[in-house]
Ligand binder design. Structure first.
Ligand SMILES: Cc1ncc(COP(=O)(O)O)c(C=O)c1O
Length: 471
């Protein structure tokens, strides 16, 4: 009897070699891939989508044909894995992480509970403990690997929410307009009303205004509200700015607020000396969101929440079921007790393998390089008279505007620069609104972005700014 879902030894080799060959060819050619779909006719994309929407057939098809189709689908994309991706918050995708994933998926161990795969759960737990240590959490700390920063922020709100007991309607959470949208979403998902979100103004340098926060807390308490959580950003998505963590930590302690730091973008700069200075105070948080799929260069689908007291995470998430009665207690935690998932993928291996294979120093050097590149890009752009750089980069995001007397003209010209640069398809940039002004962003974080590509981006911005300013 032949079971098609269980290929034999030789078939497995043929399948895997085909996939591996094409994957390596893809990575080899990354530097030459067009940066984005800019300029590609929409009709061509719609036509591709229509073809790819076909349902599966009743019988088998040839793997090579199918891989060809997958490659065609994958090619129509913003090149988020290559050196050209300088938009939004770049991701990573170190090759060793993909190999770890292949192994994890093929072996398909059950890691929701420690009893079913105690070795692999310990291995993932070693990663979590390392992350908690990088942040500076005490020994009773810990955390959980989740799918990304949004879910980490959600788990943090769920843990903090325990402070309100069963009654949620009068609880309040404090954050600035610069906080990532996923925090507001997390508060809503955690069952709190919209009015629970209290937006604290920023000072001129786009950081949370501590005095304004103090005043809001006093006012809210007077009006019968129950402040329970303060969310600071350690590297905002817009500008990379870090809130004043030591002052906020002290205030949160005095006011008995759960202090959460969203370090999804900036967190791993803690591995560098400069980053540790900039992120000073993060070790006083009750919880910290990290996103290994951003600044630790892991493949997408890898976020983390680390907490000061693991018991708080467990108290918010642990439940039991009779069907789990055969599973013993272990030295390492049951991940299912720490977050919303029971059955879950093994996320730790895709961080563990690259860290052990290359060593922490390789990651530190890559992050130091990003800080240097941001300073380099800032210096070059700031020297160009047609450009205005509203703030120096706190970490690795550089904001740029075209200079013009009239802010509306400046906004229009900055938008035109973005379009021109992206049409070149050598680099992909994005924009945002800061202080009501259209601002181009250069976000330098991908492990494959090095000096030559950053210089290309800077050259393209300067050339486009000169053209639009003369137009
Ligand atoms: C500061 C910050 N927090 C949270 C998130 C959400 O993370 P994810 O996209 O991994 O869900 C992002 C994403 O860019 C971010 O920059």
């Amino acid at each position: 009897m032949r079971y098609p879902l269980e290929p034999d030894h030789e078939e497995m080799h043929l399948l895997a070699e085909d996939v591996m060959e094409r994957t390596i060819a893809f990575v080899d050619s990354l530097a030459d891939h067009p940066a984005s779909l800019a300029g590609m006719p929409e009709e061509a994309i719609r036509d591709l989508q229509r073809r790819l929407l076909a349902p599966p057939p009743e019988g088998p098809q040839d793997l090579r044909d199918l891989l060809g189709r997958i490659e065609e689908a994958s090619a129509a994309a913003v090149e988020s894995a290559g050196p050209s991706y300088l938009a939004y918050i770049p991701g990573g995708g170190v090759f060793a992480g993909a190999l770890a994933d292949f192994y994890a998926r093929a072996t398909n161990r059950y890691v929701g509970m420690a009893a079913t795969a105690p070795g692999l759960v310990a291995l993932e737990w070693s990663v979590v403990c390392w992350l908690a240590d990088v942040v500076g959490m005490p020994p009773q700390g810990g955390g959980l690997l989740v799918s990304g920063g949004s879910i980490a922020n959600f788990a943090a709100v769920v843990a903090a929410r325990e402070r309100l007991g069963e009654q949620l309607w009068d609880g309040t959470v404090y954050l600035t307009e610069e906080a990532h949208q996923s925090v507001g979403k997390a508060v809503r998902l955690a069952g709190l009303p919209r009015r629970a979100l209290r937006t604290v103004p920023c000072t001129k340098d786009l950081r949370m205004d501590v005095q304004a926060l103090r005043d809001m807390l006093a006012q809210d308490r007077q009006e019968g509200r129950r402040p329970f959580m303060l969310v600071a950003s350690a590297g905002t998505t817009n500008t990379g700015v870090v809130d004043p963590l030591p002052e906020l930590a002290a205030l949160a302690q005095r006011e008995e607020l759960w202090f959460h730091v969203d370090a999804a973008y900036g967190g791993f700069f803690l591995l560098t000396d400069r980053g540790r200075r900039i992120l000073d105070g993060i070790d006083r948080a009750d919880s910290v969101t990290l996103d290994p799929h951003k600044s630790l260069f892991a493949p997408y689908g890898t976020g983390a929440l680390v907490v000061r007291d693991l018991a708080a995470l467990r108290a918010a998430h642990a439940v039991s079921g009779h069907y789990l009665q055969d599973l013993d207690e272990h030295e390492v935690p049951d991940f299912a007790d720490l977050g919303p998932e029971l059955t879950r993928e093994l996320r730790g291996l895709r961080i563990w393998l690259p860290l052990h294979l290359y060593g922490v120093a390789a990651f530190r050097a890559a992050l130091d390089e990003k800080l240097d590149l941001a300073q380099h890009a800032y210096r070059r752009l700031a020297a160009e008279p047609s450009l205005d750089l509203p703030w120096p980069p706190a970490l690795s995001i550089v904001g740029v505007r075209v200079r013009a007397e009239d802010p509306e003209v400046a906004d229009r010209r900055t938008r035109a620069v973005l379009e021109r640069v992206n049409l070149g398809r050598r680099v992909f940039l994005s924009s945002t609104i800061v202080e009501g002004r259209f601002t181009l962003r250069l976000a330098i974080l991908a492990h494959r972005s090095h000096l030559s590509r950053v210089d290309e981006a800077v050259d393209a911005i300067i050339a486009a700014a000169r053209t639009v300013a003369g137009a």
